[in-house]
Design a protein around this ligand. Structure first.
Ligand SMILES: Nc1ncnc2c1ncn2[C@@H]1O[C@H](COP(=O)(O)OP(=O)(O)OP(=O)(O)O)[C@@H](O)[C@H]1O
Ligand SMILES: [Mg+2]
Length: 209
């Protein structure tokens, strides 16, 4: 058990392996005896999952980027309050598939909204919470989309130009916060990538017991 919780997030373009690696990491940490909450954004609570449906529905073609950004933030406000903060308070490891960096990369760098505006709204909905460590699974946008498969949601249907901006946005964030954001190539073997992730997490866990 950790004295205080640990907040880990996975970020990266579509199909980069966030769900795969966050799941593998959680299974591993549970076997190691840690108390873990695995969750995803947008989603993770009843209200947030409803917002997720609106955001990802391909029928909502007209959605304005400000509407999109605010809906992501609304879903985040709910999961932070209902799940993430209470779990961290109990000393759990919280592993979240996407968080604020995704809003910066998608609605900011790719969607054109001011990063300061996103950061300022994020600070309200997260109550200042930042991940202790973020794994940025990096992959060429096109290769990631190919992996993600055929039944594309509303975000995945955006142009390749948009998805390239997302990838470059993520890399820019990593450049600004190298201490928190670890860039990991998502093109290697799943087992090798997972091993690197586990080592980095265990190092922090051992320093916190
Ligand atoms: N290193 C890898 N090599 C080959 N295939 C991989 C690798 N990592 C993940 N995959 C495969 O790519 C697909 C997408 O992975 P995953 O769903 O974990 O990505 P994601 O980042 O969660 O995607 P999304 O953004 O759509 O949620 C899956 O079929 C997964 O098995
Ligand atoms: Mg996923």
């Amino acid at each position: 058990m950790l004295r205080r919780g640990l907040f880990i997030t996975f970020e990266g373009p579509e199909g980069s392996g966030k769900t795969t690696h966050s799941r593998l990491l959680c299974d591993f940490l549970k076997k190691e005896g840690y108390k873990v909450l695995h969750t995803r954004e947008p989603g993770g609570t009843l209200i947030s999952e409803k917002i997720r449906k609106i955001l990802l529905d391909p029928k909502n073609k007209e959605m304005d980027v400000a509407c999109e950004m605010l809906l992501y933030m609304a879903a985040r406000a709910q999961i932070v309050k209902e799940k993430i903060l209470p779990s961290l308070k109990k000393g759990k490891i919280v592993v979240c598939d996407r968080f604020t960096d995704a809003t910066l990369a998608y609605q900011g760098y790719a969607g054109g909204m001011k990063l300061e505006v996103i950061n300022s709204i994020a600070s309200i909905v997260t109550k200042g919470l930042k991940p202790d460590i973020t794994f940025l699974l990096d992959i060429d946008a096109k290769a990631g989309l190919l992996r993600a498969g055929k039944s594309k949601d509303r975000m995945e249907r955006k142009s390749i130009l948009y998805h390239n901006k997302v990838r470059n946005g993520y890399l820019d964030i990593a450049g600004k916060e190298p201490g928190r954001v670890k860039v990991i190539s998502a093109t290697g073997k799943i087992e090798e990538t997972q091993e690197r992730i586990r080592k980095a997490v265990l190092k922090i866990c051992h320093s916190r017991i």
